[in-house]
Design a protein. Structure first.
Length: 367
């Protein structure tokens, strides 16, 4: 979406969200005495959100302002999602007696406040302190030797997650002793000259065959050419519409479909399979699940990221509409499977509800 459409559209959406939540909260029996405080709070929240939206087209915000702005966006969305169902519930108490209505409204008002704080606390904990290791066994036809793969996607090294977070991921990956580490896009959210030493821990990633990756849409936004050079300096093999053989499988990888819109580094879902060994199973790395519509042939396993597992429920419904596949293992047909990871990091508000940050450990077995 063009920034000239995205900025005013997003501003109007969040203006509406904030007006709605403010109107409902000022009627809350517990918060009714704090109307002026609520006005100030919602005014500041909206100003930070507008600053973020404008910065998309102009210069980046200072780190602290960026972090506050993106948290404000998360808070607005989560407040809206908390209040809306309780607001709907209020419509069903109109048939009660006046005294019963007051009691029901008081209970609902308490539930709104309690529900919101639980939503925020759980979301912050899952996003910042609960990176899990997801182990999955997948049977692959014609696989002669078992292959163990560590997979990370959507780390989004940038304003929130930096060197320490990258180092913690690498330490946990090394404990798995994988045959290969696969990075499936959106590793960074900075330009190559802004990365400093944030990715240096990747040099210490240990696996039998090495580290392989494909780029995601966010690499395009920060200068893909320079980032490709940076990744290669770290000893990462970037798959650029090409394939190679590791551990008895064809490992193929394409540029992200954002390349179609950008007009450079365009994915090629045909030539990526040139020279492939027809006697070996094929694994394709492509960042976005909706890339599957460009595939002209079946492959044994496709591995994607991008969706963050929806990141904050119920936003997952919009992700499903956009990508069709949100999280986990899917049988596309009798010959092809898809695994979508929820990602090791996150983008936008530092909250996760209904999803986890994860390192995926795939155990590929012969069928």
């Amino acid at each position: 979406m063009s920034p000239y459409i995205f900025i005013p559209l997003s501003t109007l959406i969040f203006l509406g969200i904030n007006l709605y939540t403010y109107k409902r909260l000022k009627q809350n029996l517990i918060l009714v005495k704090f109307k002026w405080s609520l006005r100030v709070v919602f005014g500041l929240i909206f100003l930070f959100e507008v600053a973020y939206f404008i910065s998309i087209k102009s210069s980046p915000l200072p780190s602290l302002i960026y972090q506050i702005s993106i948290i404000c966006i998360g808070v607005s969305f989560m407040l809206f999602c908390t209040i809306l169902p309780f607001h709907i519930a209020l419509l069903f108490i109109s048939k009660l007696s006046k005294n019963s209505q007051k009691i029901a409204k008081f209970i609902i008002d308490i539930c709104v406040i309690f529900g919101f704080f639980m939503y925020i606390i759980v979301g912050a904990y899952n996003a910042n302190f609960n990176t899990i290791i997801t182990t999955k066994e997948i049977k692959i036809k014609n696989l002669k030797t078992p292959l163990n793969l560590a997979i990370i996607t959507d780390v989004h090294i940038g304003q929130f997650y930096q060197k320490d977070f990258m180092a913690s991921l690498v330490d946990r990956i090394n404990l798995l002793r994988p045959d290969a580490l696969l990075i499936v896009g959106d590793l960074v959210d900075l330009k190559s000259d802004e990365l400093k030493d944030f990715l240096e821990p990747l040099k210490g990633a240990q696996s039998k065959f090495g580290t392989f990756m494909v780029v995601g849409n966010h690499e395009y936004y920060h200068g893909l050419s320079g980032l490709l050079d940076k990744f290669k300096e770290l000893g990462i093999k970037v798959l650029e519409n090409e394939n190679l053989n590791i551990g008895g499988v064809n490992l193929a990888g394409v540029y992200d479909i954002t390349g179609f819109k950008m007009g450079e580094f365009v994915p090629d879902f045909v030539n990526v399979f040139n020279g492939i060994n027809p006697n070996l199973p094929t694994i394709l790395l492509t960042h976005q699940p909706r890339s599957l519509k460009y595939l002209k042939r079946d492959v044994d396993l496709v591995i994607c990221g991008h969706t963050h597992g929806g990141q904050i429920f119920p936003f997952s419904f919009l992700v499903w509409l956009n990508q069709k596949y949100v999280y986990g293992l899917y049988n596309i047909n009798n010959n092809m499977q898809l695994y979508v990871s929820s990602g090791a990091g996150l983008w936008g508000p530092p909250f996760r509800v209904g999803s986890n940050s994860e390192i995926v450990y795939l155990k590929l077995l012969g069928d």
